[in-house]
Design a protein around this ligand. Structure first.
Ligand code: HEC
Ligand code: HEC
Length: 268
């Protein structure tokens, strides 16, 4: 069971790299793991993190799978792990030094790479091991895919639009273009919109730039940046078109992913 899980997860990770290369989105920045730092990181990880996130960072009932975490996938030398830890987000220690965060980052990237090298992508056996009929049932049922997509509409012929099953799987697992080591611009490609409703006038909608307790910054239809002070009675509604997909990344089982890929591959 564990190895099945690992291999699928590894496949997903491999897709990140492959799909990206296929789409030629420019140079991929990758973390070059410093082995000595990773050894220190492992020691720290064992005493501070493993009890909840598991010895190989694959998660336990007390802590999420860090190999599937977008915080780790986006991380370069602590760039996203550091801010997460320094927020002092309980139960996480906030007092780690930059060097310690870098060690942890190197260790986690090493685990990530180890998962990747166990990947079926190398030497590329078939990832099409799922059951297409089960995938179709999930698409139209509990997976809720058909509430947003149609196999005779936007997803018609989807399998012909991607170079291979890996690229297709990457696309449905990370439609927003999440991938390891991508640029910040890449990671933020998904446009989240915001609608502000207040007594001051008709509701306004724009592309969300920033939101905090006091102000909302958005880009209007003309591309101008607007800043609005929050007032009592104002309603602010965020809409992230990929929220469902982002949630799926955390909840989807490996079997569901395999079955879905098998089904999507039939859409030619
Ligand atoms: C007492 C249990 C516990 C310990 C110890 C712990 N974590 Fe966590 N961690 C969690 C839980 C629970 C979550 C998910 C909820 C949250 O984000 O707080 C989490 C979330 C995370 C996330 C965010 C994952 C995501 O994508 O949302 C990262 C990264 C992380 N932990 C790293 C670490 C590191 C590195 C350490 C060691 C320095 C550590 N954690 C120690 C329980 C723990
Ligand atoms: C709440 C709405 C919603 C649900 C539910 C949803 N998706 Fe998506 N999906 C999106 C959006 C939005 C995009 C991005 C579309 C784009 O980039 O043009 C997307 C993109 C995709 C793509 C890439 C399409 C392309 O043209 O490359 C695939 C494949 C996909 N989703 C499959 C699925 C599957 C399979 C499920 C069910 C497990 C699912 N989606 C559930 C909203 C949804």
């Amino acid at each position: 069971m564990t190895s099945f899980k690992n291999s699928l997860c590894a496949a997903v990770l491999a897709l990140l790299a492959l799909g990206l290369a296929a789409q030629q989105r420019g140079p991929i920045e990758q973390q070059h793991v410093d082995p000595a730092s990773a050894v220190r990181g492992q020691a720290l990880y064992r005493t501070s993190c493993a009890s909840c996130h598991g010895p190989r960072a694959r998660g336990t009932a007390a802590g999420v799978d860090l190999i599937r975490s977008t915080i780790i996938q986006h991380d370069l030398y602590g760039s996203t792990l550091g801010p997460f830890l320094h927020q002092g987000h309980a139960p996480h220690p906030s007092g780690l030094s930059t060097a310690q965060v870098l060690d942890l980052s190197n260790f986690l990237h090493q685990e990530f790479d180890a998962t990747l090298s166990r990947s079926p992508a190398k030497p590329a056996p078939d990832i099409l091991v799922g059951d297409a009929a089960a995938g179709q049932a999930w698409f139209n049922g509990a997976g809720q895919c058909s509430t947003c997509h149609s196999t005779s509409g936007d997803l018609a012929g989807i399998a012909t639009r991607y170079a291979d099953p890996y690229a297709l799987q990457q696309r449905f697992v990370f439609p927003g273009g999440f991938h390891r080591g991508g640029s910040a611009a890449e990671a933020k490609r998904t446009v989240v919109t915001v609608t502000i409703t207040s007594a001051a006038g008709p509701p306004v909608t724009g592309d969300l730039v920033n939101l905090d307790d006091f102000t909302i910054v958005y880009r209007d239809a003309q591309g101008h940046t607007q800043t609005v002070q929050r007032t009592p009675g104002m309603t602010v509604t965020e809409h992230n078109p990929l929220a469902y997909h982002e949630g799926l990344l955390k909840t989807m089982t490996d079997r569901q992913m395999h079955n879905m890929l098998a089904y999507l591959e039939t859409l030619k």
